[in-house]
Design a protein around this ligand. Structure first.
Ligand SMILES: Cc1cc2nc3c(=O)[nH]c(=O)nc-3n(C[C@H](O)[C@H](O)[C@H](O)COP(=O)(O)O)c2cc1C
Ligand code: SF4
Length: 483
């Protein structure tokens, strides 16, 4: 992962933990309305993919155990990991693109209800993403993947040359000479692996996204509702399809790209289609970027505009993330796919303990505050969720007191200690396992290995009944905590 060159070390601090009485009088542990729902407290576990679904995207016992351990901590809400809305193979990523996923998802809802004593609200994050290929061997790229065009034939010097001849000529070039013949996109496909973009409107399935996506999101939301979820979070963040429509890099000329209004069109159409399908009494919100954190990317002013429009369209919450783009991702090894959390924007999304002067804690708060202020100034009361490096009570309380957000999300801190919420609410804050922000978990995520936390995954490995990772070396859920 990219790290700021300054490499200033920042350690998470416990701060002063509240007594049970102080916690119960706090903002953090007070209730908040999220559309038609009430959260019992303003705490939120945002989506985290743990790579535990079956190879065809179904809920497994390991998925159930993972969410049970968060539910036992009884946060205000949990958002289930990014879940694919299409019925297409996508590895062990959870899916909701067909009715056959319903029974597994229903079990997940029931497990969370039971484990949280009915106190935690459960949302599911709905995602669409475009195709990305692994970085190819140069021989395969020139021999098979590259689409030979008149430009390549002209460079070869014979406009009528047979394709095979052009391919073997290209494969024989030095990388420098080949780079002269290829255009920017072809060079990227060779160096990083081919990646589709929402601007590839010469491809029918990309051109048709504005027609295809609204019903796909709506059907996924209908299934989520039928499975018993309390709401859905539309994934409009990071490197995926909907974020790419919102991005300043979206130059589509069919009314779905270019200026702010056109970039917003599909996200709003997706929302409206979902709302029509599930009705007004089901929570629908979205997660999007306060800042893309890439050159010429959307900034917090763009995000404030989006937020106001989402709020007035009727969204029930606005959850803000940051960065996580392909644009600045590190070059993958041959045979691996580019990963959107390896560049500077990836660092901004999940900042780690070696940082710049500003540090990894609350890096998204200024932008979040600006966006929330714009929403409030527009007359909308939609709750805003803040995330990024929040780990102690005082910090979370300050986020709410300052008006930066209405709800505080804890991702890695909840992974380090899913009982954070129950411990702090009950006056047992001194027993919290504080996240180290080393991104051990994120490295597992990057390799699509079952995500665990270094603070507990080797503890009591001989405990009866625990499930271990595929390599047998790590436990998949933390030891249980009881007050
Ligand atoms: C293992 C892992 C998986 C993640 N998966 C998702 C995801 O599916 N969807 C999403 O919007 N964010 C995802 N994130 C980002 C987190 O939700 C969160 O925004 C980020 O980690 C910053 O918050 P934190 O500092 O509290 O960890 C993931 C983060 C981690 C560590
Ligand atoms: S592995 Fe655990 S301690 Fe390390 S960053 Fe992830 S959650 Fe925090």
């Amino acid at each position: 992962m990219w790290r700021p060159p300054e490499r200033v070390r920042h350690d998470a601090r416990p701060g002063i933990w509240p007594s049970a009485a102080e916690a119960s009088a706090s903002r953090l542990f007070s209730a908040v309305d999220v559309g038609p729902l009430k959260l019992r407290q303003r705490t939120w576990v945002p989506a985290m993919v743990p790579w535990r679904a079956s190879a065809d995207g179904a809920v497994t016992p390991e998925v159930l155990d993972w969410y049970e351990c968060f539910a036992r901590g009884r946060p205000g809400a949990i958002v289930v990991e990014a879940t694919g809305i299409r019925d297409v193979p996508s590895g062990p990523l959870l899916r909701v693109g067909h009715d056959r996923f319903g029974p597994g998802l229903r079990q997940l809802v029931e497990r969370v209800r039971r484990a949280s004593g009915g106190e935690t609200r459960l949302f599911i994050q709905l995602i669409d993403f475009l195709a990305i290929r692994r970085r190819p061997l140069a021989t395969r790229f020139f021999g098979q993947f590259l689409r030979i065009s008149p430009r390549h034939r002209a460079a070869f010097g014979d406009p009528a040359a047979p394709e095979a001849e052009v391919r073997s000529w290209l494969a024989s070039l030095t990388p420098e000479d080949a780079a002269q013949v290829l255009d920017a996109r072809e060079r990227e496909s060779l160096d990083f692996g081919e990646r589709e973009r929402v601007t590839d409107t010469h491809l029918e399935h990309i051109r048709e996204l504005p027609v295809r996506l609204p019903p796909l999101f709506a059907a996924a939301a209908r299934r989520a509702r039928a499975a018993g979820f309390d709401g859905v979070e539309l994934h409009f963040a990071h490197a995926y399809t909907m974020a790419s429509f919102l991005s300043r890099s979206n130059t589509r000329v069919d009314g779905y790209g270019g200026n702010l209004e056109n970039r917003l069109r599909l996200p709003l159409e997706v929302y409206e289609s979902v709302r029509r399908e599930v009705g007004g009494d089901f929570t629908v919100g979205c997660r999007f970027l306060a800042d893309e954190c890439v050159e010429q990317g959307s900034d917090p002013r763009d995000a404030a505009h989006f937020a106001v429009r989402f709020a007035h369209a009727g969204m029930d919450f606005l959850s803000l993330s940051r960065g996580g783009k392909f644009d600045d991702a590190r070059q993958p090894k041959v045979g691996e796919a580019a990963y959107p959390y390896t560049g500077r924007s990836g660092y901004e999304c999940m900042p780690s303990y070696f940082s710049d002067r500003q540090g990894p804690f609350g890096r998204n708060l200024n932008s979040t505050a600006l966006i929330r202020a714009a929403v409030r100034a527009s007359g909308a009361n939609t709750p805003v969720v803040a995330a990024g490096g929040i780990h102690n009570f005082a910090q979370a309380e300050a986020v709410l007191a300052s008006g930066a957000a209405d709800i505080v999300a804890f991702a890695r801190q909840a992974l380090a200690d899913p009982d954070w919420f129950r411990k702090v609410a009950g006056g047992h804050g001194s027993q919290v396992r504080l996240c180290l922000y080393t991104n051990y978990c994120e490295a597992l995520d990057q390799r699509h290995r079952q995500v665990t936390c270094e603070l507990w995954d080797r503890e009591s490995l001989d405990e009866p009944g625990i499930t271990r990772s595929a390599d047998g070396k790590r436990r998949l859920t933390p030891p249980r905590w009881e007050p």
